[in-house]
Design a protein. Structure first.
Length: 117
């Protein structure tokens, strides 16, 4: 039976894979921040305006693999979903629905960027 052997002369994959975990979180966060800004702009354009407090309270925050998006006024939920006395004026959900694919794409691009040398 013949013997054979192989020698790796230049390993370019191992350094990329070793750096992947450190780069991944930052790359994904950057992508989520961009999409979050788009979602925030869209929600602000759809929000009902009386005093402007609801519109001004809409925010996004990307930290690592998480994107927080919403508003921080007490009555924001009632504006979004309505009450028994008035229908809602959705502004958060439409922005989220319109950007679902962009969120997934941002995660994918972040992963691919983390794998680039």
């Amino acid at each position: 039976m013949p013997n054979w052997s192989a020698t790796i002369i230049a390993d370019t994959v191992t350094p990329i894979l070793a750096a992947f975990p450190d780069k991944l979180e930052g790359e994904v966060e950057a992508g989520l921040d961009v999409v979050g800004a788009d979602m925030e702009d869209m929600a602000k354009s759809l929000a009902p305006v009386d005093t402007g407090a609801l519109r001004d309270s809409i925010y996004h925050r990307a930290v690592g693999f998480f994107l927080e998006f919403g508003n921080d006024v007490e009555y924001g939920m009632f504006q979004e979903f309505g009450t028994r006395f008035q229908p809602g004026t959705p502004h958060i959900r439409p922005a989220l629905d319109a950007n679902q694919q962009k969120l997934l794409d941002a995660i994918l691009v972040g992963c691919l960027n983390a794998l680039s040398p």
